[in-house]
Design a protein around this ligand. Structure first.
Ligand code: CTP
Ligand code: MG
Length: 237
């Protein structure tokens, strides 16, 4: 099996606040995207990394990648992304050569995922699972609400049993043909999706969960950046 990683990095990072596109923000002095690319390249299984760049930032991304070389065994491609994460991932999938059979989809916004987590996902796909997600149990109880007007209290509809819930991370791993089929089906139906495995579920294909890692958290809000800097400082100590 030949494995590639697609890294959607075309988001603006609205929730992180004003500034450069999120993937290009520095973490320990190095752009978040570079950390994410290295995290994929660290896995010996990954031979090709496709970075999906902000459409107006492909030249800058290419320059950053040139400044931060990868191990020789890792090939790199840069393609422009789209308006949604789903479109960006689809652009990355379209760029994959025919000999790829296993694909990882990894958020640039999860720069600190450990290589053991990446390897565990690859291994589960190689063992025959068509779709694999790393995930962790939740710390908080989750409520489903009936969303109301902004500022109004929202009535609770249900409280799912916490022990059965998992918070899903990336890299998510797929048999490439399966993920391509899922993206085509979603494009036809016009429905959106916030995660790739969710699209595969809609095909009726079973998605399996492997243990995620606390350090694979997504940098979404300013506090996440504080945590990421602290994790990196601890690693470097
Ligand atoms: N992403 C992408 N193309 C988009 C939107 C998102 O490639 N049109 C990528 C982001 O760059 C990120 C990953 O998808 O690596 C996860 O998305 P998220 O954390 O939501 O990032 P943003 O969309 O950039 O952040 P926000 O939603 O706060 O604007
Ligand atoms: Mg987003």
């Amino acid at each position: 099996q030949r494995t590639a990683a697609v890294i959607p990095a075309a988001g603006r990072g609205v929730r992180l606040g004003p500034g450069a596109p999120k993937a290009l923000r520095a973490l320990g002095g190095t752009p978040m995207l570079i950390h994410a690319v290295r995290a994929m390249a660290r896995s010996r299984a990954v031979r090709l990394v496709v970075v999906v760049a902000p459409p107006d930032g492909t030249a800058e991304v290419r320059r950053l990648l040139d400044e931060h070389p990868l191990p020789d065994r890792t090939e790199l491609l840069v393609v422009p992304g789209g308006d949604t994460r789903q479109e960006s991932v689809a652009a990355g999938l379209a760029a994959l050569p025919d000999d790829i059979t296993c694909v990882l989809v990894h958020d640039a916004a999860r720069p600190l995922v450990p290589v053991d987590t990446v390897d565990a996902v690859v291994e589960a796909v190689r063992d025959g699972a068509p779709a694999v997600v790393p995930a962790l149990p939740l710390a908080d109880t989750v409520k489903e609400v009936e969303p109301g007007r902004p500022g109004e209290p929202e009535p609770v509809v249900a409280t799912p049993e916490r022990a059965r819930l998992r918070a899903v991370q990336t890299p998510q791993g797929f048999d490439l043909a399966t993920l391509r089929r899922a993206h085509e089906a979603v494009a036809v139906s016009g429905e959106g999706a916030t995660d790739d495995a969710g699209m595969v579920e809609r095909l009726g294909t079973t998605v399996v969960v492997v243990p995620g890692h606390e350090e694979a958290f997504k940098v979404t809000r300013p506090l996440d950046l504080v945590l990421a800097e602290a994790v990196l400082a601890r690693r470097r100590a």
